[in-house]
Design a protein around this ligand. Structure first.
Ligand SMILES: [Zn+2]
Length: 391
C-alpha cells in the first residue's frame, strides 16, 4: 500500500461474523525483509502467535514477507491469495478471455475430488492457461489443500481490499494526519460493530445462519444411507460422501474446514430432527465471541497540542531546490516570452476583426433580404390593401 513517502503495512483479520477487523497498521520506508521482520515481530508479541501454530495467514507471498514468516512463524498456514494469482494471469494473457469461473472452481474446491475435476475442466478449456495456472502452484491457494485448524475457508485477501477502500481518503493525507484519521475511523468502526454485535439474537452470528441456509437449499439433492456407529453414506447426485457424526467429519471437508454443518450433515440431522446449530463445531462464530471482539477499542488520544514536545530540533520540510540560471538565458527567455505574447495578441486581433467583418456582412445581407421581401409583398398585394399599408 503506497503512501507519499513510504509504504503502509497492514494486518487485517476476520471477526466472528466473517467481516474484516483491522488489527495493526504501520508506515515503513519500503516493503522489504527488514520492514516485514519488524512488523511481524510486533504482531507476534501482541497477538501471542508464538510459532504460528493454529493460525492462517493470507498474502501475496512477497519474497521478503515469505522469508520472515518462515523464520518467525514456522507453523503458520501461509496461503497464497488466489485473487493475486488471477490478476497475474490476466497480465500474462491480456487479450485472452480467461475462464474466471473455471479458475475459481480450482481455488474454491474443498476436497481433492472437486479439485481434480476443476483442474481437468481448465485443461480442457485451454492447455496454455492450464500450464500457467500449474506453474503458479494452485495448491497454495486451493481449499482442497488447506488445513482445518483455524476454521478459515478464505482463498483470497479480499477483505484487505475492503480495508484499503475504507481508508482510501486517509491515504492521500500527510503522514501524521493519515495515521490519526485511520485510528479514528477504526475507533468508530469498533463502536458501530459492537452495537450490531450486541443486537444479535441467537447463539451464533449471521455468518452461521447464512451458511446453513445456503447448504439447506442443496440438502434436497442428498439421500442418506445409515451404516451404524454414527456413520452415514450420503449420496449427492449419485456421488457418495462418508459422514461420521462422532468424529464430526464429512468427506466434502466443509464441516471440518468451516466448523459449520455441510448439506450432507444437514441431511443426516434432518432424519434425527435435531437443530443444525447444535452441530456447529466452532466457538469462533459465537455471537458472544463477536461482542467480546468489539468490547475493547483504541484509547482516546489528546490532540497534537497536548503531545509532549521533543527536546530534539523540530524537523522542517526540505528546502526547495532553486537552480541558478545565467542572466543571458533569462533575458533570452523573457524576449521569447514577449514575442509569444505579442504573437498571441496579434492572432487574437486578426481573428476578432475577421469575426466582426463576417458578422456585419451577415447583418447587411439579412437587411437587404428583408427590404426585398417587403418590396415584393407590396408589389403583389391587392391595390386597396397596398394603399392602406402606405398610409
Ligand atoms: Zn459434506
Amino acid at each position: 500500500m503506497l503512501v507519499s513517502s513510504g509504504q503502509l503495512l497492514a494486518a487485517v483479520g476476520r471477526d466472528a461474523n466473517n467481516q474484516f477487523y483491522p488489527v495493526a497498521w504501520a508506515v515503513v520506508q519500503t516493503e522489504n525483509y527488514d520492514a516485514w521482520l519488524w512488523f511481524i515481530k510486533k504482531l507476534k508479541v501482541d497477538l501471542k502467535l508464538e510459532d504460528g501454530d493454529g493460525f492462517t495467514l493470507i498474502s501475496d507471498r512477497q519474497k521478503g514477507l515469505l522469508n520472515v514468516v518462515d523464520q518467525e512463524l514456522p507453523k503458520v498456514e501461509h496461503r497464497m491469495c488466489a485473487r493475486h494469482i488471477y490478476g497475474n494471469l490476466r497480465r500474462v494473457y491480456p487479450g485472452k478471455d480467461l475462464p474466471k469461473k473455471l479458475y475459481w472452481a480450482v481455488a474454491k474446491s474443498f476436497n481433492a475430488s472437486e479439485y481434480n475435476k476443476a483442474i481437468d475442466e481448465l485443461k480442457k478449456f485451454d492447455e496454455g492457461v492450464y500450464e500457467a495456472v500449474m506453474q503458479r502452484n494452485p495448491r497454495n491457494c486451493s481449499r482442497a489443500f488447506f488445513g482445518c485448524k483455524s476454521s478459515c475457508e478464505d482463498v483470497s485477501n479480499n477483505f484487505s481490499e475492503s480495508y484499503n477502500n475504507a481508508i482510501n481518503k486517509a491515504r492521500e493525507m500527510p503522514l501524521v494526519e493519515m495515521l490519526e484519521t485511520i485510528r479514528r475511523q477504526t475507533m468508530m468502526r469498533i463502536d458501530v460493530r459492537l452495537k450490531k454485535a450486541m443486537k444479535r439474537q441467537g447463539k451464533y452470528t449471521l455468518k452461521v445462519a447464512n451458511t446453513i441456509k445456503e447448504e439447506e437449499l442443496l440438502r434436497k439433492y442428498c439421500q442418506v444411507i445409515p451404516c451404524g456407529n454414527g456413520q452415514y453414506e450420503v449420496l449427492e447426485n449419485k456421488h457418495g460422501f462418508k459422514v461420521d457424526m462422532n468424529a464430526k467429519t464429512c468427506a466434502c471437508r466443509r464441516w471440518s474446514m468451516t466448523g459449520i454443518p455441510c448439506r450432507h450433515v444437514l441431511r443426516v440431522i434432518l432424519t434425527k430432527k435435531h437443530n443444525p446449530e447444535d452441530y456447529v463445531n466452532c466457538d469462533w462464530y459465537l455471537a458472544s465471541t463477536n461482542v467480546k471482539i468489539y468490547s475493547k477499542s483504541i484509547s482516546a488520544v489528546n490532540g497534537i497540542g497536548f503531545w509532549i514536545r521533543s527536546q530534539e530540533p523540530r524537523i522542517q520540510p526540505p528546502p526547495r531546490e532553486v537552480t541558478k540560471v545565467p542572466s543571458v538565458i533569462i533575458l533570452e527567455v523573457v524576449r521569447l516570452w514577449e514575442l509569444l505574447v505579442e504573437g498571441g495578441r496579434r492572432r487574437k486581433l486578426v481573428k476578432n476583426q475577421a469575426k466582426d467583418k463576417a458578422k456585419n456582412q451577415a447583418k447587411d445581407k439579412a437587411k437587404n433580404q428583408a427590404k426585398d421581401k417587403a418590396k415584393d409583398l407590396v408589389k403583389h398585394q391587392p391595390k386597396d390593401q397596398a394603399m392602406e399599408w402606405n398610409e
